[in-house]
Design a protein. Structure first.
Length: 396
């Protein structure tokens, strides 16, 4: 029997057509919800892609035809603060990508921190000097907001030169890929010190990353303890890798500041806590911070990314979180003049409102999420309509 013969058959037929048209959106939404996993080949192009810089930064892109990573190529986004006074050098932050950015490859994967994790918005928020619930992607407690805002009021964010390179992904045994990533990080830092106004010391150089990037920050960053004085690992992938990471960190040649950031619904939380416990047993001093929220791109764009950049802003200048300096300058580098950017531009943006860059514009994943919800609702209506129509037909 045709649908048109049922009561309201035309409406049901229309709903069927709409549901069919939205089926790809429902599939895309299931992919977006698994943000920490590798995306299918046909969806990778929407995850990491070029975006415009925030008002405070200028972008360059670097390319390598051949690297230590299986001899293949790589690319990086280099973000330099605008209006940097002559002679002033800044700390260097290297941020490594998440797992699905690794899978996307070197052509686009180096954009992941900017296009998906909203690093430009994080930079703008910290320069504005006020953090809101919206800036934390609503993954915050009252004390989180108070913590950031109190410390930003005491000492404003000063910024750094940021490099986001593409690197290879993790394996069950991280040693081979981890060694290659370490060799490539040495090339990134070497090139940065030759071409950019960065402070050329380990005290002023930090490495961080999200998920698999957090794994490499801990593993490969420890292998480069002569280059990186600070490590911040955001929701690091640690599952089944605790012993590898423990051995690598214990075998470092030089001590480093280490901070691991997790959350109550992070699927890597248990193994990250186990790693923290193992390091404390070994006498390795480090920090462990927990927020609310899942292991997700939203966490990286909110409390995870803000925590990382705020921490680097203090640590790479030899400061405590409140901006005080507990130790004398080392290597003669911290005595260099600090760059205090003009915050007037950012004061124009009302607190809690978009800063007019990336997050204020709906992303492809947001469109997919909305379409997926509509598709689910249409499916429910369709089922209900068919049941009622069939029941009416039987009764007649």
């Amino acid at each position: 029997m045709r649908l048109a013969s049922f009561p309201h058959g035309a409406l049901i037929a229309s709903l069927v057509a709409l549901a069919v048209s939205l089926a790809p959106a429902a599939r895309a939404q299931s992919i977006a919800d698994a943000a920490d996993e590798a995306a299918p080949e046909d969806d990778l192009g929407e995850i990491a892609h070029p975006v415009d810089p925030p008002p405070s930064l200028t972008f360059r892109t670097w390319h390598w035809d051949k690297t230590a990573m299986y001899g293949g190529p790589s690319n990086a986004v280099v973000a330099i603060p605008n209006h940097l006074p002559a002679g002033v050098r800044l700390p260097l932050v290297v941020l490594l990508p998440g797992g699905h950015h690794n899978m996307q490859g070197p052509e686009h994967g180096h954009w992941g921190w900017w296009s998906e994790y909203g690093l430009g918005d994080i930079e703008s928020v910290l320069r504005r000097g006020v953090v809101t619930e919206r800036d934390l992607q609503f993954l915050s407690r009252k004390e989180d907001l108070e913590h950031f805002n109190r410390l930003l009021e005491i000492t404003p964010y000063q910024g750094a030169i940021i490099i986001t390179p593409w690197v290879v992904g993790r394996q069950l045994d991280p040693r081979e890929n981890g060694a290659m990533v370490a060799d490539f990080l040495r090339e990134v830092v070497r090139r940065a010190r030759e071409e950019l106004p960065v402070i050329p010391s380990r005290d002023a150089t930090g490495v961080g990353g999200m998920s698999s990037g957090g794994l490499w920050a801990l593993y490969s960053g420890s292998a480069c303890s002569d280059l990186f004085g600070s490590i911040v690992a955001t929701q690091p992938f640690t599952e089944d890798l605790v012993e590898y990471l423990r051995q690598q960190i214990v075998s470092r040649k030089q001590a480093q500041r280490i901070r691991m950031v997790t959350s109550f619904d992070d699927h890597q939380r248990a193994s990250t806590l186990a790693l923290s416990s193992a390091l404390r047993t070994e006498g390795i001093d480090h920090e462990l911070s927990e927020y609310v929220g899942p292991h997700s791109a939203g966490f990286a764009a909110g409390p995870g990314g803000i925590d990382a950049m705020f921490t680097f802003d203090r640590w790479l200048r030899g400061e405590l979180m409140d901006g005080t300096r507990p130790l004398p300058a080392r290597d003669g580098t911290m005595a260099m003049p600090a760059f205090a950017p003009d915050r007037a531009h950012f004061a124009e943006a009302p607190v809690g409102q978009p800063l007019g860059w990336h997050v204020s514009i709906p992303s492809p994943s947001q469109h997919r999420r909305a379409l997926g919800i509509v598709g689910g609702a249409v499916s429910l209506l369709l089922i209900a309509g068919l049941w009622r129509a069939r029941r009416s037909a039987r009764m007649s």
